[in-house]
Design a protein around this ligand. Structure first.
Ligand code: DUC
Ligand code: ZN
Ligand code: ZN
Length: 462
């Protein structure tokens, strides 16, 4: 056999196995796994390194329109560049339907932003904000059939939330046409009530963002979303779960045999509400929704990852610049936390944080690390086995990982479009040293070059 590239001497880790082998790559795919392979024009020496499936981050926001005057910090170019720096080869950004907009138009808008600009492969989730009869009756079924098989819905935010009746209707379309609904589970009315009360009391600093959406707000909405999925008779993914009570709602549903899936994110392992209590507007750097909670919530999120309640670990990368009136320092944010854009960056730091805090500290093993950061995303979102594993026939999407590399996270390493990282100064052990997308190196030693060969992927039905 002949190969274009051989990765030699590494320790291969998949979601199920750890073994030593050479990897032969031709035409962008893995064509051989063997104890030793002969020669190739390109030999990559992986001695002493782990070789894992490239990360798949199934929850990211890139170039997403927000409130008037607010601009997301990352384009597809800068966001996927940072993803490659962090060892990822596929990301799944959201395609937001504006009110009154057709889903087709939303998709072509996002494709125009993405085409030719991506360092990693991508696949788009839909966000439905306007479930008009034409959208649910015609457009959505047609798009699901074309591979747009995951749909996020919001239970909060003035411009995004769906009424309960609309949530039921979207779940039913997903059931009939084989798509998966991803739910942002926080209750609109409770948040509005608490926000108005906090504002009346003059408690308007970024810290009070957390008090405006406390744990019961998320637990209640999680319970409601699960109940709706059960009533309709379909599955659902509860995204960005932040605390024990919401995690236990999902666990109970799973124990009752419902196919309810869960996701958590680095911020719920690493941050707490105390981070939002920094002087001046500094707390705004940590404002995201659901908000960071407390140490018991962190412990619960680890439990969820260890026990399989959460099957995916995603970044929820949703970056806004800090020193910027179009970002975290939006002028109205001085009047109330409610005007601080919700979301924090994390696309490059997701895998190093889980590796260091999870594998390095004995909380999860290497194989679960691969499952949580790559394989399970591919399986859940219709990309497996092309993506998410190291097997003959799969795309040669790989990350070479130095498990002994000590790194102190600092923003300049991450090459995103933001101007800070919430993890500045965090010491981690274990770092991606090379990322290959379909057999071609897209990141080496923290540099990406300018090659943007990422493409939009076709997905299979849920
Ligand atoms: N939901 C997300 O998924 N990301 C950031 C903000 C939000 O509310
Ligand atoms: Zn959300
Ligand atoms: Zn998100």
């Amino acid at each position: 056999m002949t190969f274009e590239t051989i990765i030699r001497g590494g320790t291969i880790v998949t979601a199920s196995d750890t073994f030593s082998a050479d990897i032969g790559i031709s035409g962008g795919r893995i064509t051989a796994l063997s104890e030793t392979l002969g020669d190739a024009p390109e030999i990559i020496d992986a001695t002493g390194l782990l070789v894992m499936p490239g990360g798949i981050d199934s929850h990211v926001h890139l170039d997403q329109p927000g409130a008037p005057g607010i601009v997301m910090a990352d384009t597809f170019e800068t966001g996927t560049r940072s993803a490659a720096i962090g060892g990822n080869t596929t990301v799944l950004p959201f395609c937001l339907q504006q009110k009154g907009q057709s889903l087709r138009q939303a998709i072509s808008d996002y494709q125009a932003k993405a085409n030719g600009n991506c360092y990693t492969d991508i696949a788009l989730h839909l966000i439905i904000t306007d479930p008009a009869p034409q959208v649910l009756g015609q457009e959505l079924p047609a798009l699901i059939a074309e591979g747009y098989t995951s749909i996020k819905i919001f239970m909060t935010y003035d411009d995004l939330k769906l009424a309960d009746s609309d949530i039921l209707a979207v779940l039913d379309v997903a059931r009939q046409h084989r798509a998966l609904v991803m739910v942002h589970a926080e209750g609109y009315d409770a948040i509005r009530f608490l926000t108005e009360r906090l504002e009346r009391e003059g408690r308007t600093a970024p810290f009070f963002h957390g008090a405006s959406r406390p744990i019961p707000v998320e637990r209640e909405a999680t319970h409601r979303a699960i109940s709706f999925a059960e009533i309709v008779g379909t599955e659902a993914m509860i995204v960005h779960v932040s605390n024990r009570q919401a995690m236990e709602e999902i666990r109970r549903a799973q124990q009752r045999g419902l196919r309810i899936h869960g996701e958590t994110c680095p911020q719920y392992l690493m941050l707490t509400e105390a981070d939002m209590d920094r002087p001046g507007m500094e707390g705004a750097k940590y404002v995201c929704s659901p908000p960071p909670r407390d140490s018991d919530s962190q412990a619960a999120c680890w439990e969820g990852l260890q026990q399989g309640v959460f099957e995916v670990f995603s970044s929820d990368h949703c970056p806004y610049r800090y020193e910027d009136e179009a970002g975290k320092k939006a002028p109205d944010g001085n009047n109330s936390f409610r005007y601080v854009p919700n979301g924090i960056p994390g696309i490059a730091t997701r895998m190093p944080i889980l590796f260091s805090e999870g594998v390095g500290k004995g909380r999860i093993d290497l194989n679960r690390f691969v499952a949580l950061t790559s394989t399970n995303h591919a399986k859940r979102y219709g990309l497996y086995p092309r993506k998410g594993t190291i097997a003959v026939g799969s795309d040669a999407d790989l990350v070479l990982w130095d498990a002994t590399r000590d790194v102190v996270i600092t923003h300049s390493l991450l090459k995103d479009g933001c101007d800070y990282t919430p993890y500045e100064g965090l010491a981690v052990r274990g770092w991606p040293v090379r990322t290959l997308l379909r057999g071609v190196t897209v990141m080496k030693d923290a540099e990406t070059g300018s090659r943007r060969s990422g493409m939009e992927l076709q997905r299979s039905l849920f």
